[in-house]
Design a protein around this ligand. Structure first.
Ligand SMILES: Cc1cc2nc3c(=O)[nH]c(=O)nc-3n(C[C@H](O)[C@H](O)[C@H](O)COP(=O)(O)OP(=O)(O)OC[C@H]3O[C@@H](n4cnc5c(N)ncnc54)[C@H](O)[C@@H]3O)c2cc1C
Length: 292
């Protein structure tokens, strides 16, 4: 005879303070936002939380606000809302959000859940890396912020400690064109074979890059970002520059062979995507023919 299973406790805090107190008092409680990662794991019996902490009633986590130079996105804001409400100010993140799952997943899934899962293939991550976003974290002991580039520590691992919640993501507003490109085995409902975000900052004359699904964590490509672009003479932009950028992005990747693709294919696809993305942002910014 199987022993009866203990009933899991389910906490439903009404605000952030209560959530953090609940988490401190019940460290076994697993936060749940949209449930689109967690409940899949529960259904497959990969995990069986003794207790759950429902974040969906916490208004602060479901809100975003305009902070001047940046948008503060509550961790519980869904992809559907990012697409509908933030596409003008955060075009790269909105483009990535549009590729996530299906309408049902985009209606439930949150940016905070994507970050906490910390999958190297998470589509929210490359645009956050390309724009230098900051993650806001809170526990009963206080708040801290972590630059996105320092947030991921390994496959499905991050700096998030027990007792901590992601409260928000601070994303600088776009100061130029942005792109997100995702390679998959079909057009929708697909985990990225690799993905790439590029953000052009026309004020600082700077390029930012984020790579997904091509390393143990989402990655930046600092050497690619340092490529010398013809800011003073935009018409001098050419294919050789775009291809050099592609090579540098591919070199920054640390892909493996797995069921979704080989390391060699991922590097090749990233080089193509990167050259394409750079041409597109340059064309959008300067309208030169070189950026086909
Ligand atoms: C059919 C399907 C298709 C999908 N397609 C994609 C896709 O195309 N691209 C993609 O990137 N992902 C995809 N996903 C994965 C998933 O939808 C996303 O990762 C989503 O962002 C998870 O958010 P959530 O709110 O549902 O997280 P949940 O499932 O609620 O939580 C996920 C993890 O994060 C923790 N957590 C949640 N919120 C917080 C918080 N505020 N602070 C601390 N920890 C927290 C939970 O404890 C859990 O460990 C797909 C999933 C499914 C089922």
């Amino acid at each position: 005879m199987t022993a009866p299973q203990a009933t899991a406790s389910f906490y439903r805090p009404a605000d952030l303070g209560e959530a953090l107190r609940d988490l401190a008092a019940h460290p076994e409680a697993v936060p749940v936002a949209g449930g689109t990662d967690l409940m899949v794991a529960v259904n497959y019996r990969h995990t069986r939380p003794a207790a759950m902490l429902d974040l969906t009633r916490i208004a602060e986590l479901r809100a975003w606000s305009d902070e001047g130079a940046a948008i503060r996105i509550g961790s519980g804001v869904t992809y559907a809302r990012i697409c509908a409400e933030l596409a003008t100010v955060l075009p790269g993140l909105a483009a990535a959000a549009r590729t996530v799952g299906s309408p049902q997943i985009r209606n439930r899934g949150t940016l905070g859940g994507n970050l906490a899962t910390a999958s190297p293939a998470g589509d929210g991550h490359p645009p956050l890396l390309a724009t230098g976003a900051t993650i806001e974290i809170a526990s009963a002991a206080g708040r801290r912020t972590v630059p996105i580039a320092d947030f991921f520590t390994g496959p499905k691992r991050s700096v998030l400690e027990p007792g901590e919640l992601i409260t928000a993501v601070i994303v600088p507003k776009a100061l130029g064109p942005q792109q997100f490109l995702k390679v998959g085995t079909r057009n929708a409902m697909v985990i990225a074979v690799c993905s790439l975000a590029v953000a052009l900052d026309l004020d600082a004359r700077r390029l930012g890059t984020g790579i997904g699904s091509a390393g143990p964590t989402p990655l930046t490509a600092p050497d690619a970002d340092r490529i010398e672009l013809p800011w003073a003479r935009p018409d001098l932009f050419n294919d050789a520059l775009a291809e050099e950028f592609g090579r540098r992005v591919a070199a920054a990747a640390r892909p493996i062979d797995d069921v979704r693709g080989t390391a060699a294919y991922r590097r090749h696809a990233l080089a193509v995507c990167a050259a394409r993305a750079l041409r597109r942002v340059w064309t959008a910014a300067h309208g030169t023919e070189a950026g086909r």
